[in-house]
Write a protein that binds this ligand. Structure first.
Ligand code: FAD
Length: 408
């Protein structure tokens, strides 16, 4: 029996098979993933994994889970084409795998910006366990690192490396850190924090050339303004792009991600897409693609209800949330700070900080540093059917926890 076939074996795929069995789906389930390992968590790769180096601690599920739940896991197998007419996924060795329903959960890949030398083999990147292992091995021989890109992954690496006694120069092309996802107040806090760790941060500093004459060594990184940096390790962390090639070749509509409606269906009713690769139609009528464990898992749960129970009611909607651990600072974001046009900054005890974002009069985001209670409260408050107003928050003296409690 063909059943449901999932391409990609990451967070979205594992949550989907888990939910499908919980929701009573009894048919065949197959996951096809091109990485050779059992499915694992990516977030620790730039955080705790660098310290402990134990791959088995990353596993999303033990091997026995797949057997017990009758899930066929084809690891180390790449899907190279989809035959929509025959309803088959075609793998690199040429095997044709039948499906009733195909789910694309192919994730994203790192981008290589158009700078000279961007494909030098000694440049390190971080997306997979294999990348993390390569970085760990190199870190042991590194005195100084150069990180190209001041986003979450580059900064998490730099904070972790500082903890291991390796300082970094972080070069960011834009005017502030993590600019796509956080408020200027958070960017500034993390700028100060990284500098306090001994990391050098250069803003408005696009790299223009990576120079390496030997296969295994980068000699220097040249910036557009002519400055030349040297280090023993170069990490390129300049953003990601969704893995849409397979969908595009199969004629499925894509635009910064595989386009899906609120049911997470592509323009082929037999094919859905979830996770980092999917651009989802929101209740506001726009397509939105998020790169987070929360989006991957919530979308998987939503899709499961349709595939297992035929539940077509309601489009996908969930409060986005995200976290980033950098040294002693735990950043948590509920909602999207990029939606806000104004911020209110509340400082708590020690390093704790809560930044509330508004769009017009309505609460749209809460960013916290070392304030997990506020983050959890914010997730509840942002899920209310009516958005909270500035006045309401001000009346409560911005006590998010009390406000959340008062909602019952
Ligand atoms: P993935 O987990 O990327 O899985 C997709 C899989 O599909 C990959 O294994 C890929 O190789 C495979 N694949 C692609 N094409 C094919 C094909 N044709 N055939 C077979 N297999 C294929 N998110 C957070 O919320 N918080 C964090 O702190 C955080 N930290 C992160 C740190 C790092 C270093 C990285 C890399 C990511 C981090 N993320 C974090 C993002 C988070 O890991 C992703 O949002 C999440 O993994 C998305 O899950 P996914 O299943 O959509 O994709």
């Amino acid at each position: 029996m063909p059943g449901i076939v999932i391409v990609g074996a990451g967070h979205a795929a594992v949550q989907l098979v888990t939910s499908l069995r919980q929701d009573g789906y009894d048919g065949d389930l197959t996951i096809i993933g091109d990485e050779p390992h059992l499915p694992y968590q990516r977030p620790p790769l730039s955080k705790t994994y660098m310290k402990h180096g134990e791959a088995e601690r990353l596993l999303l599920k033990a091997e026995s889970f797949f057997e017990t739940n009758r899930i066929t896991l084809l690891a180390g197998t790449r899907v190279v084409a989809i035959d929509r007419e025959a309803r088959q996924a075609i793998t690199a060795p040429g095997t044709h795998i039948d499906y009733d329903h195909l789910v694309l959960a192919t994730g994203a890949q790192n981008v290589r910006p158009p700078l000279t030398g961007a494909h030098h083999p000694a440049i390190l990147e971080l997306r997979t366990l294999a990348h993390a292992e390569a970085i760990r091995a190199r870190l042991a021989r590194t005195g100084k690192a150069i990180v190209i890109g001041g986003g979450f992954i580059g900064l998490e690496f730099a904070a972790m490396a500082a903890g291991e006694g390796v300082s970094s120069t972080i070069v960011e092309a834009g005017p502030r850190l993590m600019a796509r996802a956080v408020s200027p107040l958070i960017s500034d806090s993390f700028l100060d924090y990284h500098r306090s760790l001994g990391n050098e941060v250069l803003l408005d500093a696009p790299a223009s050339e990576i120079v390496g004459t030997r296969e295994d060594l980068i000699e220097s990184v040249r910036l557009a303004d002519g400055r030349v940096l040297s280090g023993d390790l170069v990490l390129l962390a300049a953003g990601v792009r969704p893995n849409t090639d397979l969908a595009e070749q199969a004629g499925i509509a894509c635009r910064n991600g595989i386009l899906v409606d609120g049911r997470l269906a592509t323009d082929d009713p037999r094919i859905s897409a979830i996770g980092d690769c999917a651009s989802v139609l929101t209740i506001d009528g726009i397509h939105q693609r998020l790169e987070s464990v929360q989006a991957a898992t919530d979308q998987a749960r939503h899709l499961s209800r349709r595939l297992a129970k035929g539940d077509e009611a309601g489009g996908y909607h969930a409060v986005p949330w995200f976290w980033s651990d950098q040294g002693e600072l735990k950043l948590q974001i509920a909602g999207l700070a990029s939606d806000a046009d104004g911020f209110e900054d509340r400082r708590g005890a020690g390093t704790a900080r809560t930044i509330v974002g508004f769009r017009g009069d309505h609460l749209v985001s809460v960013e916290t540093i070392n304030a997990a209670g506020d983050h959890m409260a914010a997730r509840r408050l942002l899920a209310l059917p009516q958005p909270l107003t500035r006045q309401r928050l001000s009346d409560s003296a911005y006590d998010l926890r009390a406000l959340a409690k008062s909602q019952g």
